[in-house]
Design a binder for this molecule. Structure first.
Ligand SMILES: [Zn+2]
Length: 294
């Protein structure tokens, strides 16, 4: 493309060269003046059109180079097994939230998964390590539907009561099993009861793990009341919220039947925890607590 432009400029320079003007001058004496001027104008027009075309093509090439380089620098998003990257990118014009379900897989996980799929939305499931093997198929299906699977320790023990090496085992064993089922090792984990101390932070930092908290606590385990759970979510939700629920109760499933269509109606898009943080901050820092992006 640059060669074409150079050729055009060389042609223009030759065209404007004084010796050429002399030739044209003698030609004017021998031929009809208007004919020469017409041919000259046509030639100049053709050269200008070629130059404009070259410039336009150069512009397109530069534009496509920019698009390519933007794609190359795009952050890596959590990808559920078999999912294409472009399908995971949230719409920047819409508010986004991350629904999270702890302590499963449980009795109501399959129904919640069906509900999420029906509304074409996704959530993050914080699973307990020792329950993974016996619920492999549910976790696999969940990840295939685009949900994110995050560890919630191996034994649901209060991590602050454990030694550093025990904390490490709780996180690593759970993450390894999640990876063997879903094909993705989680960046986040959620400590049981939200209990964290210096040992937990230090081990998380060493492992490169981000500690997942929440910004909307439904307390669904306490009330077991669908209406109360719905009210808490619908009154507290904001752009960037991480909502804490448990996929263990019928009331939580019932609340989701109200909350999901209502939040869609309000314009929210449902993203995974990784999508929420990647979109809003680019990276999450290991060992730090993450509450959402409001
Ligand atoms: Zn829990």
């Amino acid at each position: 493309m640059k060669k074409n432009i150079s050729a055009v400029f060389i042609c223009l320079l030759l065209f404007l060269n004084p010796s050429h003007l002399e030739v044209y001058g003698s030609a004017l004496e021998e031929t009809d003046l208007s004919q020469v001027l017409l041919e000259e104008a046509e030639l100049l027009q053709a050269l200008l059109e070629e130059a404009e075309l070259s410039q336009a093509l150069l512009g397109e090439a530069e534009l496509s180079e920019n698009i390519t380089s933007k794609e190359e620098t795009k952050p890596t998003y959590y990808l559920a097994k078999g999912q294409a990257a472009e399908n995971t990118f949230p719409d920047p014009s819409k508010p986004m939230i991350a629904l999270t379900f702890d302590d499963g897989p449980g009795k109501y996980t399959p129904q919640i998964l069906d509900l999420l799929k029906r509304y074409d939305v996704r959530a993050s499931f914080c699973v307990v390590g020792y329950m993974i093997e016996s619920h492999r198929d549910i976790i696999e299906k969940s990840a295939e539907n685009g949900n994110e699977i995050i560890g919630h320790s191996w034994s649901h023990t209060n991590l602050t009561k454990l030694s550093r090496s025990q904390i490490k085992d709780e996180i690593v064993d759970t993450n390894s099993l999640i990876e063997s089922v879903t094909g993705s090792c989680p960046n986040f984990y959620r400590p049981p009861f939200g209990d964290v101390n210096d040992n937990v932070r230090k081990v998380s930092e060493e492992l490169g793990a981000v500690i997942l908290y929440w910004s909307v606590d439904t307390r669904d385990w306490q009330s077991k009341d669908a209406q109360k759970v719905s009210e808490i979510i619908l009154s507290e939700v904001k752009d960037g919220s991480v909502i804490l629920c448990h996929d263990l109760y019928a009331s939580t499933y019932e609340a989701m039947r109200t909350v999901i269509p209502e939040l869609i109606e309000r314009g929210y898009q449902f993203v995974t925890v990784s999508e929420l943080i990647n979109f809003n901050r680019g990276t999450a820092e290991a060992g730090k607590l993450y509450y959402g992006t409001q």
